[in-house]
Design a protein around this ligand. Structure first.
Ligand SMILES: Cc1cc2nc3c(=O)[nH]c(=O)nc-3n(C[C@H](O)[C@H](O)[C@H](O)COP(=O)(O)OP(=O)(O)OC[C@H]3O[C@@H](n4cnc5c(N)ncnc54)[C@H](O)[C@@H]3O)c2cc1C
Length: 378
């Protein structure tokens, strides 16, 4: 039995805790927030993460929490429909069991699966790590210092474990040329099935029905702002207002709500690229290790990576190397695809928007054809 400290109770952290406890380890999870973050951003559980969820016995709960979204509807500045993609048909033609659900619901389901079997410390964070032959001495912001056999950073894009063990964020986090903001809409949409999307060159606004709590997302292309601070909400509100001040459709009304909004999420859409995911007794996982940006199945990779790491530790040997060798095979293709996904969601020109809308009509057919080709090859 090993004593293992996990930093972060998002998606990767509780998934890893679940499997480590099942393998007989003594697990502590430290989470910076006072409770689970309640972000309603819709995220996906796909392919390998579906399998992990099934093995954990939580897939039915995940399905029950799924949104009812079936279509992506593109509109122009007058709100008139200029394109529609049946994303549900695309998923079905892919023969997939993917589920889209609010991030907070997924985090809650994963946490609940292990909450009584691991120790959870909320409202605290690791502030110091010192490795030696017998373990890792950990100091916390609030709790008393403790020593663990292993420490795993599952503390997201701005990971403290990564900073303490691998050096400053600037070395490993790369701005992809896009900023993103989300906030609650505070009113329901016309229906639960359509995500509505409005584009102008380099700008995208979507209205997502969520699950009872509709959400607005703003995305825009911009080079990295030198003094950007992901914790500075006043700066975020200024940047967002400046970026969208000339836009039509519902944007002026949405921006009017910004000054009083206290649930605004804003960040640079970034990738994390680390040459290695472990050093001695410390390893990183999920977005902390390999954030693929919001375009690349990050939640699926977080769950799949947690499972791979837990199995590698259970098998013994050089577990961190085995985890990294296997999981990088899933992560690297996703990181390479990010530019393509950004071009589809946020075309940089009017021509780009028109060709995307025209091509979108063929996506479900293309997805079905690709599935058929794969079947014929079997
Ligand atoms: C707007 C947006 C939309 C997205 N859409 C999608 C999508 O459609 N599909 C998809 O697959 N993915 C999507 N993602 C990405 C997905 O949310 C992440 O990839 C996924 O949540 C990563 O899980 P994680 O557990 O590694 O990190 P996180 O979910 O970020 O969890 C990290 C946890 O660590 C905690 N923490 C942070 N710092 C510390 C610290 N110092 N000490 C202790 N705890 C700390 C945080 O509070 C949090 O609970 C989106 C992301 C965003 C921002």
């Amino acid at each position: 039995m090993a004593t293992i400290l996990i930093s972060g109770s998002g998606i990767a952290g509780p998934t890893l805790a679940y499997w480590l406890v099942r393998h007989g380890n003594d697990v502590t999870v430290v989470e910076r927030s006072g409770a689970l973050r309640s972000s309603g951003s819709p995220i996906d559980v796909r392919g390998p993460a579906v399998e992990v969820a099934e093995r954990m016995g939580v897939f039915d709960q995940i399905k029950a929490a799924g949104t009812k979204v079936t279509d992506l509807v593109m509109v122009n500045e007058r709100g008139r429909r200029v394109g529609r993609v049946n994303t549900f048909a695309m998923r079905r033609s892919d023969d997939a069991r993917d589920v889209e659900l609010p991030r907070g619901d997924l985090a809650d389901i994963l946490f609940t699966s292990v909450r009584h079997d691991a120790e959870f410390i909320f409202n605290d964070a690791i502030v110091g790590l010192r490795q030696h032959a017998d373990g890792v001495d950990v100091t916390f912001d609030r709790a008393e210092p403790r020593t663990y056999d292993l420490v795993i950073g599952a503390d997201g894009l701005h990971s403290a474990v990564r900073r303490l063990a691998f050096g400053p964020e600037s070395r490993h986090v790369r701005h992809t040329g896009v900023y993103v903001a989300t906030m609650p809409l505070h009113e329901p949409l016309d229906n639960d099935h359509d995500v509505v999307m409005f584009n102008t060159p380099g700008r995208c606004v979507t209205l997502h029905p969520g699950r009872g709590k509709a959400l607005v997302a703003f995305m825009y292309r911009a080079p990295a702002v030198p003094d950007f601070n992901y914790r500075d909400t006043a700066q975020h509100k200024r940047m967002l207002t400046e970026a969208f001040k000339d836009e039509d459709w519902r944007v002026p009304d949405l921006l009017d709500k910004l000054p009083d909004e206290d649930e605004l999420y804003f960040d640079s859409v970034s990738q994390v690229v680390l040459p290695t995911w472990s050093t001695g007794r410390v390893a990183v996982l999920g977005d902390a290790a390999s954030c693929v940006s919001l375009f690349g199945d990050g939640s699926t990779l977080a769950m799949a990576g947690a499972y791979t790491l837990a199995m590698a530790l259970h098998d013994g040997g050089d577990a961190f190397a085995a985890y990294e060798a296997k999981h990088r095979q899933l992560v690297e293709p996703k990181q390479r695809n990010v530019g393509r996904a950004a071009d589809l969601l946020i075309p940089a020109s009017r021509v780009g928007i028109a060709s995307r809308n025209a091509a979108a009509r063929l996506w479900p057919i293309a997805a079905a054809a690709s599935r058929l080709r794969a079947r014929l090859k079997q």
